[in-house]
Design a protein around this ligand. Structure first.
Ligand SMILES: Nc1nc2c(c(=O)[nH]1)N[C@H]1C(S)=C(S)[C@@H](COP(=O)(O)OP(=O)(O)OC[C@H]3O[C@@H](n4cnc5c(=O)[nH]c(N)nc54)[C@H](O)[C@@H]3O)O[C@H]1N2
Ligand SMILES: Nc1nc2c(c(=O)[nH]1)N[C@H]1C(S)=C(S)[C@@H](COP(=O)(O)OP(=O)(O)OC[C@H]3O[C@@H](n4cnc5c(=O)[nH]c(N)nc54)[C@H](O)[C@@H]3O)O[C@H]1N2
Ligand code: SF4
Ligand SMILES: [Mo]
Length: 842
């Protein structure tokens, strides 16, 4: 149901996992409101929601403009050379809103006609028949595993679920994984191993407000979730905010440190800026806040594990552990205690550069905040800075061990959490688009899980494939030929991409682009011509957030509703419809249903999840709507269908006022682990881990650390935010942060063009001098493509347990670029499929 003009629709921001509440008001009289033929851009206003409390960041404020992007894809596109005569479009057809179409460009390397053939608009029937025909042919000749699927943590729960079901039942391929492998995999692996359940924050975010200390490892919350900073106010006031980051990030400045004079609000330039239009960013997000209090530790990149082992060493050596809690609620403590014995502070300082005095101070500060010592509570939180590492799972484990030793997890007002990143980064890892997983966070190799889900789907459990390859290995395995050009049977030859811009965001992106090139068929669903869409054989236009219904699961595990406010432009369709149409064309029997109504898909998802760790069986769109209308507290999973089915009920069952049935509804689980952990014996497992260091360490020919991350104004690959003029104006080009001492030493002045070279490739950008980075380290955000794409340089080495790539740290050489390279689109720079340029209409 679409909104009427002037009537606000309550929904959430399309971008990050904070899922700030916003209301979308279709403009009165504007096109795109109910009954109108073309899309509109609704007005965005923040609304009060527990994570953002009325705040939005610049991306949220400007998010609606992407709905009306001038190069929005509005019809299916196919390489002309793949079409038979009858399918050719008319010359006047135009697949892009507001553009004059796309023209051919001379071929870079013309060894394959298809690679240089332009993308042309076609009807849905032509596009879907072509995709289904090619997929069927490839699977018939090379086996079902020759078709692979790549999903995304931005997809709604319904889409992620439908995609996993489609892959396992129609394509019957094991090869499905998603970009959450780049994002959440190490946190997930660590939490599953230690707690038996992976919900990023096992408590509501607002709980942080009462804590006396918060240890933030590798998270730049002040730029990546600005409105969330208000939840740190209590810890800051108590002098207990500890930020671990090799950079003095905007978040580190909230903790204050000697180099910035311990000043409050020093982060104003990063978080306090007002989107260029006088708007305030997240409420209380830094500027003007009370005197910043806390500690900033700036370890050598990739040495956080040593720091955590050292912190636990001090806690144990000084008798600060919560022994009663350890005895009652954990196993494995003795092993862990032995393993940290060798990490005395002086050794940690040698490895990480963190002074022993700081280490002791932080250990004592955290212990003092712990309930066992009469504190009001402490949290240990991790972000991508420590998780995107070949020892990411080990580092998360060490963070959990520290929290357990202090008696924090499973206590109201204390705990461990991982700060989930993408909009549906939490739900996206629960419903079956992950290589090793079935809906409800079930394991695909568990016979009972297979039987349950197969029964919901109406298929034989034996017909379900087993685990597939995790993302980085999957991408490396793609292609009809191997990297040496030799035909290689058994590799995936077709790839369907839903919600990821791999060309920009995958590690060692040059290699990924080569693998994408070597496919027989690349199909990309997107709403804008991302760099990955520009490499595709078929591009299918999809709806965006404000044009569709569904659910998302926030970083706290709260299941929330996404609602449609405007109509989608042209022929853009929901992925649910695309999946259903492909399933039908691929001969799925009537009994194998692919509903297109998100509420109906959700009901099936709920049944499939019943009894799994992420149990949504007590939820429906109607219940979520009613809870919100009643001003309810929100519903956090697990929410089993029947209250009595919950083994770990933390709150007494309630009957909803809006529900007339006599059955008690489960109220959801805002706080996990209060009585027991999700392990078979109910105790948290402490696992001994050790520090090894980054896979690509500094050496004479690559003497500097490169760390990568984000900037406030841009989101991920930039496919969306580069299309927002206001954000582009604020951060217009790729840049590299380097310390003035380094700049002097190697002769790279501020503002010069600088080149970073690694064993994989090179990247060029503008040098920005700042003393916020260590002199041995450079920092670059990953939001750009082409010569400014830092993932041309990053390593694709992965964590042995989680499969997560080491985005955060690698070794580079840094040099001055004398002659600026010509900045060309990524696809074109690679001299093949990128044969399209957009002609600007004049
Ligand atoms: N503006 C913006 N916000 C976003 C996103 C975005 O693209 N843009 N993306 C969303 C998503 S998907 C995610 S996953 C989150 C990510 O949110 P964060 O984890 O906060 O983001 P990053 O900037 O990737 O990394 C955080 C910090 O890690 C530091 N770091 C790098 N190497 C190391 C190291 O070895 N040790 C330590 N301790 N720190 C290190 C970096 O300097 C950086 O300041 O943000 C979400 N929010
Ligand atoms: N060097 C470096 N690289 C990194 C990281 C880092 O810190 N450093 N961080 C990594 C992390 S944490 C992440 S999460 C990844 C993210 O990187 P990507 O996976 O590339 O994520 P996005 O840029 O959000 O790309 C999403 C794409 O899908 C489209 N899209 C959005 N919603 C939908 C939808 O509902 N359906 C479809 N079909 N398309 C949609 C968008 O237009 C966009 O083109 O990047 C990773 N890469
Ligand atoms: S913090 Fe995240 S959810 Fe909130 S407005 Fe910004 S991008 Fe959107
Ligand atoms: Mo992410």
């Amino acid at each position: 149901m679409l909104a009427t003009p002037g009537t606000p629709v309550e929904s959430h921001c399309p971008y990050c996992a904070l899922q700030c509440g916003m209301s979308l008001t279709p403009r009165a009289g504007a096109p795109g409101t109910a009954g109108a033929a073309v899309p509109g851009v609704p007005e965005v206003q923040p609304r009060d929601f527990p994570t953002n409390r009325g705040g939005l960041c610049q991306k949220g404020w400007t998010s609606a403009s992407v709905l009306g992007a001038s190069d929005r894809i509005t019809v299916p596109l196919v390489r002309r050379s793949l079409l038979t005569g009858a399918d050719h479009p008319t010359d006047s057809a135009d697949g892009f809103a507001g553009s004059a179409g796309w023209s051919d460009r001379p071929a870079g390397s013309a060894d394959e006609a298809r690679r240089v053939s332009p993308l042309v608009p076609v009807s849905w029937d032509v596009a879907l028949d072509l995709v289904a025909g090619q997929l069927a042919g490839i699977a018939a000749e090379h086996g079902p595993e020759a078709v692979a699927v790549f999903g995304g943590g931005g997809l709604t729960n319904e889409k992620a679920y439908a995609l996993g079901k489609f892959a396992r039942t129609v394509l019957r391929t094991p090869n499905i994984d998603y970009n959450g492998r780049f994002c959440m995999a190490s946190a997930a692996a660590g939490m599953n191993r230690s707690f038996g359940v992976d919900r990023g924050l096992p408590f509501p975010l607002a709980d942080l407000g009462g804590a006396q200390a918060v240890l933030l490892l590798g998270s730049n919350l002040a730029e990546t979730m600005p409105p969330a900073v208000q939840h740190l106010a209590g810890a800051r006031a108590a002098g207990g905010l500890v930020v671990v980051d090799p950079r003095r990030s905007a978040t580190a400045r909230l903790a204050g440190d000697p180099a910035s004079g311990g000043q409050a609000g020093a982060n104003a330039s990063a978080v306090g800026q007002a989107g260029g239009s006088g708007r305030a960013d997240g409420a209380g997000a830094g500027a003007g806040a009370a005197a910043a209090q806390g500690v900033h530790l700036a370890p050598v990149p990739g040495t956080d594990l040593a720091v955590l082992l050292g912190l636990l060493h001090v806690v144990l050596a000084e008798g600060l552990a919560d022994r009663a809690y350890l005895d009652e609620r954990t196993t494995g403590f003795d092993d862990v205690a032995r393993s940290v014995a060798a990490w005395w502070p002086e050794r940690v300082e040698t490895v990480s550069g963190v002074p022993t005095a700081d280490l002791r101070r932080v250990a004592r500060l955290l212990a003092a905040a712990a309930p066992v010592h009469g504190g009001t509570g402490a949290y240990v939180l991790t972000g991508r800075g420590v998780e995107q590492s070949t020892q990411g799972t080990a580092t998360v484990t060490a963070a959990i061990n520290l929290a357990l030793a202090l008696g924090l997890p499973g206590r109201v007002g204390s705990g461990y959490g991982a700060i989930t990143g993408q909009g549906n980064g939490q739900g996206g890892r629960e419903h079956g688009q992950k290589a090793d997983q079935l809906p409800g966070y079930r394991k695909i190799d568990d016979p009972a899980a297979r039987a349950h889900v197969a029964a919901v789907w109406g298929v034989d459990p034996d017909s379900l494939p087993g685990p597939g390859l995790p993302a980085v290995q999957l991408l490396k395995s793609l292609g009809a030929v191997d990297p040496e050009g030799v035909p290689a049977p058994g590799r995936p030859r077709a790839l369907l991409v839903h919600g990821s811009n791999l060309v920009v965001s995958a590690p060692n992106a040059g290699g990924v682009i080569d693998r994408l090139r070597s496919l027989d068929l690349l199909v990309v669903c997107d709403f804008v011509p991302s760099e990955t869409a520009l490499l595709a054989d078929v591009v299918l236009p999809v709806t965006q957030w404000a044009e569709e219904e569904g659910t998302m699961t926030s970083l706290e595990g709260r299941v929330i509703r996404r609602r449609a406010a405007v109509r989608a432009p042209g022929e853009a369709r929901s992925e649910l419809w695309i999946i259903a149409e492909l399933a039908r064309r691929l001969g799925a029997p009537e009994t194998l249903a692919f509903p297109t109504d998100p509420a109906v898909v959700f009901d099936e998802l709920a049944r499939a999840s019943a009894g799994g760790p992420a149990d949504y069986s007590g939820l429906s769109h109607a219940r979520l709507d009613a809870d919100e209308a009643d001003g309810g507290p929100g519903l956090f999973w697990p929410v089993p269908a029947q209250a009595e089915h919950v083994s770990d009920a933390q709150v007494p069952p309630v009957t909803s006022a809006s529900d007339t049935s006599p059955t008690a509804l489960h109220p959801g689980t805002p706080r996990l682990f209060l009585d027991r952990f999700g392990t078979p014996d109910g105790r948290a497992r402490m696992v001994a881990v050790d520090h090894v260091g980054p896979s690509d360490d500094v050496r004479p020919d690559a003497p500097f650390y490169l760390v990568t991350g984000r900037v406030l104004q841009h989101y991920q690959s930039g496919a969306q935010t580069h299309r927002v003029a206001e954000l582009e104006r604020l951060v217009a080009e790729p840049y590299v942060e380097l310390h003035p001492v380094l700049g002097f030493r190697i002769g790279v002045p501020d503002g010069a063009r600088v080149r970073l070279t690694s064993a994989r490739g090179r990247v060029e950008a503008t040098a920005r001098w700042t003393d916020a980075v260590r002199p041995d380290t450079v920092f670059m955000p990953f939001h750009w493509s082409g010569v400014g794409s830092v993932n041309q340089v990053t390593t694709d080495a992965t964590d042995p347990i989680s499969g997560m790539p080491e985005f955060k740290v690698c070794a580079v050489d840094v040099s001055m670029v004398d002659v600026p390279a010509v900045d060309v689109p990524a696809a074109d720079a690679l001299g093949r499929r990128g044969t399209l340029t957009k002609e600007l209409s004049t």
